[in-house]
Design a protein around this ligand. Structure first.
Ligand code: SF4
Ligand code: SF4
Length: 543
């Protein structure tokens, strides 16, 4: 554990630590372009130069091992002059098109110029022209003039995806980043190069010219695209939808979590959120005519009264098809209100076979909370499958069948779905988007999406993680938890008042379910926490 001094402060670091990492331990930020903790060290941008006692020349902090007794200055006059000189060199050929650059406002060239540059330009010659607006892949646009040749994108495709699409070609001021002949940047993680690019050379095609970044609000959350649960930041303009034709979620960025996704996320998760504003269920509907199965708009009061009455009729036989897209808090309320107190049999359809996966992040189960459902005992061993519940509804053995999120046509086929909808059984549907089952239901209760509510998921490794509410629920939709509690009130089911918020439900869940014991909504924090191994989980894993 060598001890060194940085800007007059002592720090002990493990052998092999570099000076830039040691400075970070002290909270001292050394500016950088090419250095990234998730990639190999390139040492080519020279932006992180620091003064080291007894060294005749400045040193790059990213590639300098910390040694015993080393004395480093990051803010000496010489270090500041060195940084300003590097910036002047990088900006000599830069097009300075910040007013039309999507990166403006979060660009390290802009930010560092304001912090460390502030020189009067001396470069009066013609700038080198390069290609702009090159579509290098389905998600990414390249502007070669803005590139500062840090090589982060090249190292990402070499070291992380190992697909090697990018290279740096030519020499001197003609050097430029680009694709190898015949290549397209279309690997499953391609858009991470945009996050890595410290300037506006690589930008997202889907975000191009949509918003200035200073109008965006940010919410920490978790991707629901598969059971990995990559940590994310949701960037949205919920207070300014008129700026973006009503589109509310403008982009998704990975959030660093060393135990889950490091710095990365896949393109499918990043761009798989169109459904949040397309084909959404925004109003309560009820069936008015049994013969034609016509539906009309209704109210929450009428729906909750109607469904509540059917559920509380003496000896009502209830079946529930739950979804692994629901949060733990929704599933717990469902289990307590419909299962424990109304005796509902709760099924959970298995993950469809054939989901894509790899040996990095992407998991074959495209639902975010199957493990959470398992920890909550959904489905339990005695519960029939979703198909068995539909069969029971057709045979007149159920009075209410409540489906969460699933399209029954996909689960059991169109014929059985129609048969279940025309029988005596009341078909209730709760979910976010329109599909075939919706139009067959007696009651349609629109649900808020995961980005429209707070709660928790448990990822494939058993890590409990918080999802964050970025947007208001779409139209008249509500959190499942909220309308389940209203059903509880109408059916005389005991439910605690503090269940109105996710923290209150979580607290009860932690008391009732061993795997969540000792945890609280607050203690999970922004990086998640491991649930305790449970028998239910072990059994599910074995099967
Ligand atoms: S495109 Fe961006 S990440 Fe790639 S070398 Fe240029 S500046 Fe670096
Ligand atoms: S790997 Fe899964 S959780 Fe991660 S971003 Fe992709 S879809 Fe989302």
């Amino acid at each position: 554990m060598p001890e060194l001094s940085i800007d007059g402060r002592k720090v002990n670091v493990p052998e092999g630590t570099t000076v830039i990492e040691a400075a970070e331990q002290l909270g001292i930020f050394v500016p950088r372009y090419c250095y990234h903790p998730g990639l190999s060290t390139a040492g080519n941008c020279r932006m992180c130069m620091v003064d080291v006692e007894n060294s005749p020349k400045p040193q790059i902090a990213c590639n300098l091992p910390a040694t015993e007794g080393m004395v480093v200055e990051t803010e000496s006059e010489q270090a500041r002059k060195d940084r300003a000189a590097v910036l002047e060199f990088l900006l000599a050929n830069h097009p300075l098109d910040c007013p039309v650059c999507d990166q403006a406002g979060e660009c390290d060239l802009q930010n560092y110029y304001m912090s460390f540059g502030l020189y009067d330009p001396r470069f009066g010659e013609q700038k080198v022209k390069k290609q702009k607006a090159i579509e290098v892949g389905p998600h990414v646009m390249l502007d070669q003039e803005r590139c500062i040749l840090c090589s982060r994108c090249v190292r990402f495709t070499d070291e992380i995806t190992k697909t090697g699409e990018f290279g740096i070609f030519n020499r001197g001021d003609r050097a430029e980043v680009g694709l190898y002949p015949g290549e397209t940047l279309d690997n499953p993680y391609s858009a991470n190069v945009v996050d890595l690019c410290p300037v506006g050379a690589l930008t997202e095609r889907s975000f191009r010219f949509k918003a200035r970044v200073w109008y965006l609000s940010s919410t920490e959350s978790v991707c629901g695209g598969c059971s990995r649960g990559c940590n994310t930041e949701l960037h949205h303009v919920s207070n300014r939808p008129h700026l973006n034709d009503g589109e509310r979620l403008l982009r998704v960025k990975p959030r660093h979590n060393p135990d889950v996704n490091q710095w990365w996320m896949c393109d499918e998760g990043r761009y798989g959120h169109d459904w949040i504003d397309v084909d959404r269920l925004g109003e309560v509907r009820r069936r008015t005519d049994e013969a034609s199965r016509r539906q009309v708009e209704s109210t929450w009061e009428a729906a909750l009264d109607g469904v509540g009455t059917a559920l509380s009729a003496g000896g009502a036989r209830v079946g529930v098809i739950a979804s692994a897209e629901l949060t733990n808090e929704d599933l717990f309320c469902l289990r307590e209100v419909l299962g424990a107190h109304l005796g509902a049999r709760i099924a959970l359809p298995p993950a469809p076979a054939g989901g894509t996966s790899d040996d990095f992040l992407i998991r074959p189960d495209k639902t975010p909370n199957r493990k959470g459902a398992t920890l909550l005992g959904i489905p339990d061993a005695a519960t029939p499958s979703a198909e068995a519940l539909v069969d029971a509804a057709i045979a007149g053995e159920l009075d209410v069948l409540w489906v969460f999120g699933h399209d029954l046509v996909e689960l059991v086929g169109a014929e059985k779905t129609r048969a279940a909808a025309v029988g005596e059984c009341l078909l209730v549907y709760s979910g976010t988007n329109d599909h075939a089952t919706v139009s067959l239901a007696h009651w349609v209760l629109p649900s808020a999406a995961a980005v429209e509510q707070d709660g928790t998921f448990v990822n494939c490794d058993g890590r409990v993680q918080r999802v964050g509410r970025a947007l208001a629920p779409y139209g008249d939709s509500r959190e499942n938890r909220r309308f389940l509690l209203e059903i509880a009130a109408r059916t005389g089911t005991p439910a605690r008042e503090d269940w109105n918020g996710p923290a209150g439900v979580f607290a009860t869940m932690a008391e009732a379910v061993g795997s969540f014991a000792g945890m609280s909504y607050e203690s999970i924090g922004d990086q998640g926490a491991h649930s305790a191994p449970s028998e239910a989980l072990a059994e599910a894993e074995q099967s």
